[in-house]
Design a protein around this ligand. Structure first.
Ligand code: AMP
Length: 193
């Protein structure tokens, strides 16, 4: 299974992804974590990404795509993937489709976590990550609305999107997400005959 989880900062993507990766036995690929690790390790791509991470701006597509393509190549025999925080732009979504088509393993499901802005701000103010300042939080929410949210339209057109209410407990949201994934996986199997 190839699953994309999208949602604004504070929607609980990270928490849900950890549980999903364990339950579905797929490789969890968080581009945010990969970028932070590449930076900490002093890799050129990570260092180049650093100036964007510091101000909460999206890292340019070519840097992100380079990292994702490398990870897919390194894990050529993996059963499946859970993409966390990727794609974040339509261009990245198209590039991912291309990478997956090359491997003959199309996307199974795109899950969009949905929560009201007040709730997101409340959660983010409690998280305390070093790049969670008021200014970077506001900038990330703005960028999400501008660049990422319209991407759900891209996946809706392809019939792989499910929108999930992210306001419940972790368990409640997890149940909704897994139900949505199995529904989309069945639909894909039926279409493949
Ligand atoms: P995250 O851990 O997903 O909240 O990402 C943290 C930061 O990493 C974001 O604010 C961006 O600067 C950068 N980032 C992560 N994933 C991507 C992506 N797919 N495209 C561009 N920038 C990204």
């Amino acid at each position: 299974m190839r699953i994309v989880l999208i949602g604004p900062p504070g929607a609980g993507k990270g928490t849900q992804c950890l549980r999903l990766a364990e339950e579905l036995h797929v490789t969890h690929l968080s581009t945010g974590e990969v970028l932070r690790a590449a930076r900490a390790a002093g890799e050129p791509v990570g260092v180049a990404a650093g100036e964007f991470l510091d101000v909460g701006k999206l890292v340019p597509d070519d840097l992100v795509l380079q990292l994702v393509a490398e990870r897919l190549r390194d894990n050529d025999h993996e059963q499946g993937y859970l993409f966390d925080g990727f794609p974040r732009t339509r261009n990245q979504a198209e590039a991912l489709d291309y990478l997956l088509a090359e491997r003959e393993t199309p996307l199974t499901a795109a899950i969009e976590l949905v929560a009201p802005t007040d709730e997101l701000l409340r959660r983010l103010s409690q998280r305390g990550r070093s790049d969670d300042t008021d200014a970077t939080i506001r900038e990330r929410l703005r960028q999400y609305d501008e660049l990422t949210a319209p991407m759900s339209g891209y996946y809706a057109e392809r019939g792989v999107l499910a929108r999930v209410d992210a306001v419940g407990t972790v368990d409640e949201v997890f149940k909704l997400v897994t139900e949505a994934i199995s529904g989309l996986a069945k639909k894909q199997q039926a279409a493949a005959g």
